[in-house]
Structures are given as C-alpha cells and as structure tokens.
Design a protein around this ligand. Structure first.
Ligand code: SF4
Length: 444
C-alpha cells in the first residue's frame, strides 16, 4: 500500500446501489494511498460512478466529465476514472472514449474488484478500460463499506432478474446474485464496531434475496438475524418488488425491534394495461391488497413509491389511474419520473411514445397531487411523539439538530450536538413542505 498524501474525490450519480459502489471505490482508492476530499482543485484522482437509468442523468454526467477536462489542463497529474452503469451499457465504451479522451480509467459495474490495479496502471500513465460482460466471482474480496459513518448501505444482492420493459438495470448489472448471509452479517458487525448505528440493506429486489443460494434462508431470515446484532439501532431495506412482498416479511418487520416500519414499494403506474406493458407482474388490485396487508399488520407504517409518467401508450385514463392510486395509498413520499427511452430495452422500440410536452404536464400534475398528500401525511404527525435517530447539526441551521423517524421522515429540532448517534423522543410541532419541526422530550 502506498502512503503518500494523495487525494481522491468521488462523485456518485443515481441510486443507492451506485452510491454504495462509489463508497467501495473510495475504499479501494484508500488502499492505494488516497485520502478522501471534496476539493476538486486539490484532487489527484477523481472517480465518477455513473447512472444510465434516465437520459437526463446521463447528460448531467457527460457535462461533468467535460468539465473535468479543464481541471486536467490545470493539473496534468490528475487521473480521472469513470465507472458504473453508463460504462457497462452494451456498445457504450467506444462512444464514451471517443467523447472523453482525457479520462484515464473506464470500469464497468462488474469490474469494481479490479479497481486498485486499474489505479496503479493509470498512475503509470496508461489509459485503461475494463468492462467485463459478466460478473466475476462475488465482491467479497473487496472492502465492502466506508467505515465510521453513522449510516451505511450494505449490499445483500447484486443484479436483477425481472426485466421490466423500461429498465436498463438487468442489462448493466446482470442477473440476481445474493451474497452469503454470513458475509453480510460480518460486514454489518464491522460497521457497527466502527460506530455505525443504521444500516440500509440494498438489493434491486430485496424480497427475492436468497432464492439463488440453495439454502433454506430468505430475506425475512436475514432481517431477523440483522435485527439481533448488538449495537445496531436501525435497519432499513430497499427496494421491495411488490410481487414478492410476503405476509411473512411484513410480520417480521412488525415483530422486529430495530426494523424500521417503512416500505418503499414502487408501483410505477396505476393502470393494469400499463403495468402489463411494463412487465411488472402484478395488477393494481394485487398491489392495493399488499398495501392493505401492511396497514392491517403495521397501521402506522410509512409507504413510499416510484412512479413513471408517459410510458408508451399511456392514455389520460391510464394516467388518472395513477393519480387514483396516490389518493388511495397515502404515500409519505413518491419519487416521480418522466419515462426515458433506454436503448436496448423493449419499451424503447414500442410504438405510441408519448410527446414530451404531455409527459411534462402529467409529471407536474402528479407531483402537485403527491406533494399535497405528503404534506397531509406530515400534518397528521403533528402533536405526536416519535423516536428519532439524531444525525447531527442541520446543514441549513447549525443551531438545530436533524434526524429521522423510523418512517424516514426528516425532523429538525433544538438540542445538544453531543446527541448525535443516539435515539431521542421528539414531539412534532409543525409540518413544513419537506420536513417536520419538533422538540425533544427525552433521550432513550
Ligand atoms: S425490478 Fe424492474 S425496475 Fe427494478 S431493477 Fe429490476 S428490471 Fe429494473
């Protein structure tokens, strides 16, 4: 391991999986002697971990890569690495290399374990590009998380088997591979020993965790085991595919001590016709049944979702069905997106693509509808008492603390910064657009 004082800036785009991969790349660069910084001007290595899930994300990333060219002109020693989903797309590497010849390292999603070697080659002034078509042996050999943080993401599986017709993920992250339970538990124990209090278990579909392990062990088993790790205060998980959400899993969350009562359950669209064309493998009736089950077993559970507007063929009636789902479910939050064509996916070549102006109008309408629902959800919390994990001083007001409820709502309240990392009881006093204001009643 090199020990000189080299600095790395890591920029992550896209989902939590991408952020998690960026953390892994940062850890690998630390093994090569790089210390993390946010100061681009003083960086020796810049890593951009990319996302290709939407065209808008790709354009933003291409703009960033272009900006780094000027930085490299001022600092010729700077090495630039671009990794992740954009690089992994079939046929993308050549196009990217042509567009950005100033980049030193190109690495696909399956090449993370090789990243240290790629850094050393780049330090030797070689331009390198490695994009394996298939994943190699699991990543257990690589450092698996950035230690010492209050909250950390832990991968439980990689890839996806579902092939929703709009989604590029199975094409760039491969088929689903579950990590062994003992490796996941060991990683979490190490994180807790380094001060971590909250873990988010990550998978494209956590509900199908373990199906490929050939042992009698599923996601509910894993949650139970993680719940028992001493010192861990909270456990979250992302993402649940509705088709695989079992009663047993809901009951496990209800019975858990540290398992947060929050389900991120993407519906994507409210019309059965659109769901069928999306290949989501459930109907709106089935989805609403799952919601009813959650509310029956955990009445106060927070529900969040992802929604796409303007999928090919979506009529005004289909769109109204999506609005209707929002009214019925009462999500605390929804992540809303305009459908974006991804080449290589079935939806990209479907006829009756929706004009952009229609998609934008629907998105605005959807967001207004959901924002009103989110505010209603938070208003209903006012006057009640919730358990909050203190995350430290608020960025916008350092005199206040911030933290999150078990339902993942952001709360701002006065308090001693020494409370960071502890659980406190907070009474909610006021609901704002995106946060709640509260006051501490007691420390746990
Ligand atoms: S479940 Fe569907 S949307 Fe989610 S990653 Fe897999 S293919 Fe993509």
């Amino acid at each position: 391991m090199s020990t000189n004082n080299k600095k790395v800036v890591t920029l992550a785009y896209g989902c939590q999986m991408s952020e998690r991969d960026a953390d892994t790349l940062t850890e690998i660069s630390a093994q090569e002697g790089y210390t993390r910084t946010d100061d681009l001007e003083n960086a020796d290595l810049v890593i951009i971990n990319t996302c290709c899930v939407r065209e808008s994300a790709e354009n933003k990333i291409l703009g960033k890569i272009g900006e780094l060219k000027k930085l490299k002109e001022r600092n010729p020693h700077l090495k630039i690495a671009v990794s992740g989903c954009m690089v992994q797309q079939p046929g993308a590497l050549e196009r990217l290399q042509h567009r950005a010849p100033h980049v030193d390292i190109w690495a696909g999603t399956h090449n993370l374990p090789e990243f240290g070697r790629l850094i050393r080659l780049a330090e030797d002034n070689q331009k390198v590009a490695e994009v394996w078509k298939e994943p190699g042996p699991a990543f257990e050999a690589t450092p698996l998380a950035e230690k010492g943080k209050l909250k950390a993401n832990v991968n439980i599986s990689y890839g996806c088997n579902n092939f929703c017709t709009y989604c590029i993920v199975p094409h760039v992250r491969g088929r689903e591979r579950s990590r062994k339970p003992e490796d996941i538990i060991r990683e979490i124990q190490e994180l807790v020993a380094s001060g971590c209090k909250e873990i988010t278990l990550l998978g494209q579909n956590v509900n199908s965790y373990g199906h490929d392990l050939n042992i009698s062990y599923d996601f509910a088993n894993l949650l139970k085991q993680v719940d028992e790790i001493p010192g861990l205060l909270r456990v979250r998980f992302l993402t649940s595919h509705p088709k695989d959400l079992s009663d047993q899993l809901i009951e496990t969350v209800a019975a858990g001590q540290h398992l947060c009562e929050h389900f991120h359950l993407p519906i994507q669209a409210g019309s059965n016709e659109i769901l069928r064309h999306m290949n989501r493998k459930y109907t709106r009736e089935y989805y609403l049944d799952r919601i009813a089950k959650i509310r029956e077993i955990i009445p106060d559970a927070s529900l969040t979702t992802d929604l796409i507007v303007g999928f090919p063929g979506e009529t005004e009636v289909d769109f109204e069905q999506t609005l209707d789902i929002i009214s019925r479910v009462h999500y605390s939050q929804a992540f809303t997106f305009i459908y974006s064509k991804r080449s290589g996916t079935p939806a990209a070549v479907m006829t009756d693509q929706i004009p952009l102006d229609v998609k934008k109008r629907r998105l605005q309408y959807l967001m207004n509808h959901q924002n009103a629902q989110s505010l209603e959800w938070r208003k209903a919390m006012v006057g009640k008492i919730y358990e909050v994990l203190v995350e430290g001083p608020s960025k916008s007001n350092p005199d206040r603390l911030t933290g999150r409820t078990r339902g993942n709502e952001l709360v701002v309240f006065p308090g001693d910064p020494k409370l960071k990392g502890t659980l406190v009881k907070v009474r909610m006093r006021e609901a704002r657009s995106w946060t709640l204001l509260g006051e501490i009643l007691s420390e746990h």
